[in-house]
Design a binder for this molecule. Structure first.
Ligand code: SF4
Ligand code: SF4
Length: 263
């Protein structure tokens, strides 16, 4: 029995904002894609072939409510409802979900929670969204990320993808103190499942070669399911190649920056 704590499923890299420290590297994409719904269906299916149970499924972007088929993606995810506890949707408060999505969220309110990041004036639709959610009994939480109300004290800068030249002991320290690792969050995007978002984007943006035992290529039919599960079991046990090109994410020591500064 293989269980995961949280899996973030990226549905699009398109966003209404352009945050300098975006941990999903949105600013590095010339044409951030909106993934076809069938790709996302396959990502969900692939993840549940690996894991018997995933506590929380999180749908994220970019801004996920840009996706025109969000309601169909959520409908698909609900087919696996015996295998997860909750679905979390993370939005920046700039887009009101379409009517079909709102109806689906309302009808299945016991299974959903929308997490709204409030970036002050940038999240220009957030109060309207909150009113609609309240009226339709859609569970949500709003996290303030502006002025003196920075949730978690602000954002961390993981830096560029240049090699930091860490010694082996420094590398271990960066990895051991990484919030990303302690949270045991997983991420899937376009057929690739990673235990670190930096590793995922380092691969997708072709910044560095990522060893094939540091992520699961869900679409690799030449790899057995057993081998894929074996890789997943090894997640969070040793430093990644991506850690060599990362400032780390130390929840106690890393310097904090104001959230959502625009480029
Ligand atoms: S709102 Fe900012 S941090 Fe969030 S996905 Fe968009 S650009 Fe990235
Ligand atoms: S690359 Fe390593 S140190 Fe950086 S966020 Fe990922 S796991 Fe943490």
């Amino acid at each position: 029995m293989l269980e995961a704590r949280r899996l973030a499923i990226i549905v699009t890299l398109k966003c209404t904002l352009n945050c300098k420290l975006c941990c999903n590297c949105i600013t590095m994409y010339e044409n951030p894609p909106i993934l076809d719904k069938k790709i996302i269906f396959e990502d969900i299916k692939g993840a549940f072939q690996i894991y018997d149970r995933i506590e929380w499924l999180q749908f994220v972007g970019g801004e996920l409510f840009i996706h025109p088929d969000m309601h169909l993606i959520l409908e698909e995810a609900l087919k696996y409802k015996e295998k997860f506890d909750k679905i979390i949707l993370m939005s920046n408060g700039t887009i009101i979900p379409n009517d079909k999505t709102l109806a689906l969220l309302s009808e299945n309110s016991n299974l959903f929670e929308v997490q709204l990041s409030d970036y002050g004036d940038l999240s220009y639709k957030i109060r309207d969204i909150e009113k609609i959610f309240t009226k339709m009994h859609i569970p949500y939480v709003t996290k303030a990320f502006f002025g003196d109300m920075q949730h978690y004290g602000g954002w961390v800068d993981s830096g560029d993808f240049e090699d930091r030249g860490y010694s082996e002991s420094e590398l271990k320290e960066v990895f051991d103190n990484c919030w990303q690792i302690s949270m045991k969050n997983l991420h899937v995007y376009n057929g690739k499942l990673h235990n670190c978002i930096r590793s995922l984007f380092a691969l997708d943006l072709e910044m560095i070669d990522i060893p094939c035992d540091e992520y699961v290529d869900l679409r690799n039919d030449d790899m057995t399911l057993e081998k894929k599960k074996e890789i997943a079991k090894g997640f969070n046990t040793k430093p990644l190649k991506a850690c060599r090109v990362c400032n780390g994410f130390d929840s106690k020591k890393s310097k904090r920056y104001p959230a959502a500064e625009q480029v």
